[in-house]
Design a protein around this ligand. Structure first.
Ligand SMILES: Cc1cc2nc3c(=O)[nH]c(=O)nc-3n(C[C@H](O)[C@H](O)[C@H](O)COP(=O)(O)OP(=O)(O)OC[C@H]3O[C@@H](n4cnc5c(N)ncnc54)[C@H](O)[C@@H]3O)c2cc1C
Length: 324
């Protein structure tokens, strides 16, 4: 008797850039191709589906090694840095084509474009460097969902009929744009997106009932325009110009969703303090961890938004490389 080869739970494969485009000063779009993408398990409603990209040290450097199998992550971590490269998290912006011609579309932020005076955050990391130099033929390793296998990685999960509040900085733009384009036409609510520069504002496909507001930072403190706009939207009066969150209180790995709390907080409902206006709100907020911590405080602690109707996710932390 011959045994069928075991189906791997994840899709781990080398991909090649077949199209690279500088969408704006701060965003690069790449279309990634590989025959293995025929088995990519991303549904038509991918919302904020996340994947991992493993970058070489330099865009033309040797492709990182990522072992496959059950203990792939531990095995990958055990490799010397030059061999394993750098793993970072990105969002599925789109999937185009089919079968072996499937292309995964990812929008990557090139950071540091604003410069030190405009809120740049130090040296660009390997993801940003790779994005800035990517061209057809550049390669990167994908760790993503395989069709028919459990993977998770989607946090956007509003209750039916919710009043949506989507908010984020530039790193959340791909997730919010993908989500907006996939909502039911009857969806209602608002989206607020802070981007580095006015030239970074893209066009967005969204239901008529969801208002989309772009907030180019143009040198303002990171998160200040978004914080103020979200609080004003919720009728919370005048907001502080910069979220007042002391360094020690910023959780760099902040991840608070209806089913997971990075701080171990109980998922008890809280009593609304600002009337029933917020009872229908479902908030999805992602971006720099201090910014998200500040909004979480304002929404959950001060305004009393139900903890079970929010997803707050730190996508990156100023001054700290993310991932391994
Ligand atoms: C679920 C999830 C989905 C994400 N989706 C996307 C996506 O679709 N597109 C995308 O571009 N990012 C996305 N991110 C954020 C991305 O993973 C981080 O920005 C990551 O740090 C980028 O890696 P890097 O190698 O460029 O920088 P790192 O090596 O991680 O960091 C190096 C330095 O750059 C700073 N830095 C990191 N990111 C930024 C930034 N955006 N702006 C300014 N300074 C920064 C760090 O603070 C550090 O000082 C996502 C993150 C998560 C958790």
């Amino acid at each position: 008797m011959t045994l069928a080869p075991a189906v791997r739970p994840l899709l781990i494969c080398a991909t090649e850039v077949v199209h690279a485009e500088r969408l704006s000063p701060s965003f690069v779009r790449v279309h990634l191709a590989a025959p293995e993408l025929a088995d990519l398990g991303v549904g038509p409603r991918s919302f904020d589906q996340r994947v991992k990209l493993v970058f070489p040290d330099h865009v033309d450097g040797p492709l990182p090694v990522v072992p496959d199998g059950e203990d792939w992550y531990a095995a990958w971590l055990a490799l010397p840095q030059p061999e394993r490269g750098h793993m970072r998290t990105y969002t599925v912006r789109d999937v185009v084509g089919s079968g072996a011609d499937t292309r995964l579309v990812v929008d990557l932020v090139v950071h540091g474009v604003e410069g030190p005076a405009g809120g740049g955050h130090g040296e660009a990391g390997p993801g940003s460097r790779w994005a800035a130099a990517a061209r057809p033929g550049s390669r990167v390793v994908l760790v993503g969902p395989r069709r028919g296998m459990p993977y998770g990685g989607i946090e956007f999960d509003p209750p039916a009929g919710a009043e949506l509040l989507l908010a984020g900085d530039e790193t959340a733009v791909p997730a919010v744009l993908a989500t907006l384009a996939q909502l039911e036409p009857t969806a209602r609510g608002a989206a607020f997106l802070e981007v580095p520069l006015a030239g970074d504002v893209p066009s967005a496909v969204h239901p008529e009932g969801v208002r989309v507001t772009w907030l180019p930072r143009e040198g303002a403190a990171h998160g200040a325009p978004l914080h103020a706009a979200v609080l004003e939207h919720l009728g919370a009066g005048s907001a502080p110009v910069v979220p007042d969150v002391p360094e020690g209180e910023v959780d760099p790995e902040l991840w608070e969703t209806p089913t997971h709390s990075s701080s171990g907080e109980e998922l008890e409902p809280v009593v609304h303090t600002v009337g029933d206006d917020l009872a229908d709100v479902y908030a999805w907020i992602a971006g720099e961890s201090r910014l998200v911590t500040g909004l979480r405080r304002a929404l959950v602690r001060d305004l009393g938004l139900d903890r079970r109707r929010v997803a707050f996710m730190g996508y990156w932390r100023e001054g700290r490389p993310m991932g391994a």
